[in-house]
Design a protein around this ligand. Structure first.
Ligand code: G4P
Length: 323
């Protein structure tokens, strides 16, 4: 069973972003560096259109540095897109954000043409933490503006640099099943939306191929080379056994084992891990597009056929019709 995540509809957020975006030069999208593709909301891409974009891979301290570089390069290769990596340990994020945005929009700047930037991100990606750092150290928070959503706030990072917080909630959107598991593993979707054992098994599945050494080291699993070939539940059972999640009778408590590995992943006790590569994410997206096209086709085939327009009846009395 995939993740059952049905966030509230986002019409209000969408409307507010569309309203705000008219006066925005650069859109910052805050992503989780451990799952950049899955933590992006595709709706935002639709709304921002041709606006310049800055992808900020946040929580880089938890992610695999090599993969973070790969994601940064992938984003930078896209048109009108910049990318930087950041984490809460950065004491001066404002300078890096300002520099990256100015590079994307060199035509803006100075009091007459201040650079206007919108910051967006799904919950738990670290937006409040970053905004608090920006407000606390560098910026003056100007609070609500008349005429815009009540919760929207503007932060002046420089006299000619305005940062607007997203009006409303930008919920994650589960595009493919794997993304759902990654979002659940990272803690970005509500606890009631998933089964921990399933999420843990998917986590094991992702980790055994790319980070078998980290699994072996943390849980003292003996044969690291054999890990990629083992079934996920065999590995999770062994993790539970090694960590003492054993019930009376010697059976492993799989729920407990699942909680252990999920917590170890979230806190990076397992090590710095990135769950997806740009190539993998592209492949998932292509599969999703193909599935969507198939769904649409099936829908069309199921829909009752539109009636063909009736041919006009021949007149009853040809003479009266002038024939
Ligand atoms: P949000 O506004 O986008 O919803 O996210 P928020 O800032 O509340 O951050 C969500 C969690 O992620 C918080 O942890 C926060 O401390 C943590 N976090 C934010 N940025 C970073 C980062 O760059 N690196 C790491 N390692 N963690 C980060 P929490 O456990 O939910 O709360 P707390 O007890 O730590 O405050």
């Amino acid at each position: 069973m995939a993740i059952q995540w049905f966030p509230g509809h986002m019409n209000v957020t969408k409307k507010a972003i569309l309203e705000r975006i008219k006066d925005i030069d650069v859109v910052i999208e805050l992503l989780d560096a451990r799952l950049p593709g899955s933590s992006a909301n595709p709706m935002l891409a639709e709304m921002t259109g041709t606006r310049r974009k800055l992808k900020v891979l946040n929580k880089q301290d938890l992610a695999d540095p090599e993969q973070t570089e790969a994601w940064l390069a992938w984003y930078r290769a896209q048109s009108d897109t910049g990318a930087i990596a950041l984490d809460a340990g950065d004491t001066a994020p404002a300078q890096r954000l300002i520099a990256a945005c100015r590079e994307l929009a060199p035509h803006r700047g100075g009091m007459a043409k201040p650079l206007r930037v919108l910051i967006c991100g799904i919950p738990n990606v670290g937006k409040s933490t970053l905004l608090n750092t920006l407000v606390g150290k560098k910026a003056a928070k100007t609070g609500d503006e008349a005429g815009v959503t009540r919760i929207e706030q503007r932060i002046n990072l420089a006299s000619d640099f305005y940062l607007f917080d997203t009006p409303g909630m930008l919920w994650p959107k589960i595009v493919v099943e794997k993304s759902g598991y990654h979002l659940a593993g990272s803690g970005a979707v509500g606890r009631n939306a998933y089964d921990e054992e399933e999420v843990a098994l998917e986590l094991v599945n992702s980790l055994k191929g790319r980070y078998p050494q980290l699994l072996a080291a943390r849980y003292r699993l003996e044969d690291v080379d054999a890990l990629p070939g083992l079934h996920d539940d065999v590995i999770l059972t062994e993790i539970g056994r090694k960590r003492g999640a054993v019930m009376s009778g010697g059976r492993v408590n799989m729920q407990k084992a699942a909680e252990i590995i999920i917590n170890d992943f979230r806190s990076a006790i397992l090590g710095r891990i990135t769950l997806e590569t740009p190539a993998q994410f592209e492949a998932w997206r292509a599969a999703d597009e193909a599935a969507e096209a198939e769904r649409q086709l099936k829908k069309q085939l199921k829909a009752p056929r539109a009636k063909a327009p009736r041919a006009p009846r021949p007149p009853r009395n040809p003479e009266a019709a002038g024939q």
